[in-house]
Design a protein around this ligand. Structure first.
Ligand code: ADP
Ligand code: MG
Length: 628
């Protein structure tokens, strides 16, 4: 006698992040549940494309079923919706890896963002974000995934109610699709209309009509399949055949976003290399834009076969662009690694990059408002190119827009250069982390008084490119908080007749006195022409690194030893003039004042007084003096 022991399904717990995401899916009163269908169809299409690719090396994988296909099987009587594909399929190991963890870095970023937000905002955020397989639990109380990997003679089933655990168990091959994956959704009561043809067909046509795999619908499990999308690749059509809505739907399916593209770029390159490009600049900012692991999302196809999305078709600083390139020249039977090295690919990379930049340039001239919106979303990323892509630096500088002391709008370098003063030899900037603080910094007073525009650079990336030796139109970029300002050649705007640094004898000797008292705390004390309203400010020595920059780098953990700052004194300031006039018998007071001036400059830069105890003692003496 033999006892047959059925292998019991193994139960596993979801990774903590998945459990959190699932909880959110299920409990959000989410307005647009339809997205789950787009996610599952896009997974099915991905699986078909992966198979097509693997079959290039191993045609036997296709067997007698070479045409990719996605079927939607409705079963209203049993409240079930099934999405089935004949793609690559999953092994048991694939299933626990892909359906038990969060593989996509973007999803993690999204979760962090939700966690950082107030109650309630999360549900709106989901709608702008591709959420993947787990979105099935927005409409299903239980999901079964039955799959058989191409070329394998085993099949398995993954199953979960989305409440913390899932099971995986082997199943008879007869119970699984001959190849590929069947996702069965046991619909919630209030989602039962997702088993109705009218509803499903409408959603699919609206949001997945352009996936490159044909989609059929079966009204009942035993009904005849009816094709509702033909799987024709949108990018192979000519521009005049494609409507704006079709582009938008396609964009949404490749970008996983719900907005509209800000730029749609669809063209065919002919000549030495032949390829089609369909690319989009998103209308809004994805959440993982600054994720260091974030790669570009341009897909590479060869004659309509998806090859890879890791071909780095565009440089990192254009990683927000979504879409694809379909090459007619690359050989299909080349490994992904060899493709990376192919001169054909580098010609494509160059061509597409230049085209994207020229398209941005064109828009910046034709539609300032649209371009500004793009810059607001992606400017900080594009600026990475200023130090990463030396060859295209000039055109990137041309695309760059800046905040500046000349009004509240965006300024281009062209605007800046046009407004330069006579004798002005550099493009001035102030770098920091906060725009308002930059606007108020004492170091720019003298520039403002002379009508010299100062660029206010408050993005983190700014600290990197400004130190990369960038110049424009033969003019260097120069920090307003570094080195001597030398503004004396440019007159004050209001016809003020005293622009000089010339200090009275008394002031000069007070400055010398302050220098002696402050000793090692500063590298110099000197008269300044960069100040008009404030009495003092700190700047970096001529050869030192910009002070704000030093701080930003220090915060990023890569600080060089900070150079001692220079204390600049406004020789025309009433306070300074009066201090300078005090007699020798006021020695203690003059000493205190010298220290307090340094502390004041320090505070204006957002720092602490050097010695807080001494600072309060001096302040105390000062108040006492004022009271007596
Ligand atoms: P993404 O599609 O961005 O990778 P998903 O959450 O949508 O994220 O899917 C997770 C993973 O599950 C996929 O990467 C894939 O490995 C696997 N998967 C999901 N659906 C299928 C399917 N129909 N066929 C094969 N693999 C699938
Ligand atoms: Mg997916």
């Amino acid at each position: 006698m033999t006892t047959i022991t059925e292998a019991a399904p193994e139960t596993h717990a979801f990774e903590a992040d998945v459990a959190k995401l699932l909880h959110m899916m299920v409990h959000s009163v989410y307005s647009d549940k339809n997205v789950f269908l787009r996610e599952l169809i896009s997974n099915a299409a991905d699986a078909c494309e992966k198979l097509r690719y693997e079959a290039i090396a191993d045609p036997a994988l296709l067997g007698d079923d070479p045409q990719p296909r996605i079927s939607l099987i409705l079963d209203p009587d049993n409240r079930k919706l099934t999405i089935e594909d004949n793609g690559i399929g999953m092994t048991t190991a694939d299933m626990s890896e892909a359906l038990g963890t969060i593989a996509r870095s973007g999803t993690k970023a999204f979760m962090d963002r939700i966690a950082a937000n107030k109650e309630g905002e999360g549900t709106q955020l989901i709608g702008q974000f591709g959420v993947g397989f787990y979105s099935a639990f927005m409409v299903a109380e239980k999901v079964d995934v039955v799959s058989r990997r191409a070329g394998s003679d085993e099949a398995a089933m993954w199953s979960s109610d989305g409440l913390g655990t899932y099971t995986i168990a082997p199943v008879e091959v007869a119970e699984a699709p001959p190849r590929g994956t069947r996702v069965v959704l046991h619909l919630m009561e209030d989602a039962k209309d997702f088993a109705e043809r009218f509803k499903v067909e409408r959603i699919v046509k609206a949001q997945s009509g352009h996936v490159p795999v044909p989609i059929s619908i079966l009204e009942k499990p035993d009904a005849e399949p009816a094709e509702i999308a033909d799987g024709a690749a949108l990018w192979t059509k000519s521009k005049s055949e494609v409507s704006e809505d079709e582009y938008t739907d396609f964009y949404r399916s490749v970008a996983g976003q719900f907005d509209k593209p800000a730029i749609t770029l669809h063209y065919r390159a002919e000549g030495r290399q032949e390829y089609s490009v369909l690319a989009f600049v998103p209308g809004s900012k994805p959440f993982d834009l600054f994720d260091p692991d974030r790669k570009g999302r341009m897909k590479l196809y060869v004659r309509r076969v998806f090859i890879t999305d890791e071909a780095d078709i565009l440089p990192r600083y254009l990683r927000f662009v979504r879409g694809l390139v379909d090459s007619a020249d690359l050989p299909l039977n080349m490994s992904r690694e060899m493709i990376q090295e192919s001169p054909i690919l580098s010609a494509i990379q160059k061509g597409v990059t230049n085209r994207v930049l020229s398209e941005l340039e064109k828009l910046s001239g034709n539609d300032v408002e649209a371009y500004t919106a793009i810059w607001e979303n992606f400017g900080p990323v594009i600026k990475e190119g200023l130090y990463e892509d030396y060859e295209r630096r000039e055109s990137l500088l041309g695309l760059a827009r800046f905040r500046s002391t000349a009004g509240d709008g965006w300024r281009s370098l062209k605007d800046y250069v046009a407004g330069m003063k006579e004798n002005q030899t550099a493009i001035y900037y102030a770098v920091g982390t906060d725009l308002d603080r930059l606007k108020a910094s004492p170091q720019i007073e003298g520039y403002r008084a002379r009508g010299i525009e100062v660029l206010l650079l408050a993005d983190q990336v700014d600290s990197f490119w400004v130190t990369a030796g960038v110049d424009h139109d033969g003019k260097p970029f120069k920090s307003v908080t570094q080195g001597a300002a030398d503004l004396s050649l440019i007159p004050l705007a209001e016809g003020d007749a005293t622009p000089s640094v010339e200090a009275s004898e008394q002031v000069t000797s007070f400055i010398a006195f302050a220098k002696e008292i402050l000793g090692e705390a500063v590298s110099d004390v000197r008269a300044s022409d960069r100040l008009t309203e404030s009495a003092v400010c700190l700047v970096a020595p001529d050869r030192g690194m910009d002070r704000q920059l030093e701080k930003i780098l220090a915060a990023a953990g890569q600080a060089p030893m900070a150079a001692k700052p220079v204390l600049e004194v406004n020789p025309r300031h009433g306070l300074i003039v009066k201090l300078a006039a005090l007699g020798e018998d006021e020695k203690t007071f003059r000493e205190d004042a010298a220290h307090l001036l340094l502390d004041e400059a320090q505070i204006a830069d957002g720092e602490h007084p050097l010695d807080p105890r001494a600072f309060s003692a001096r302040l105390g003496r000062l108040i006492e003096r004022a009271l007596t």
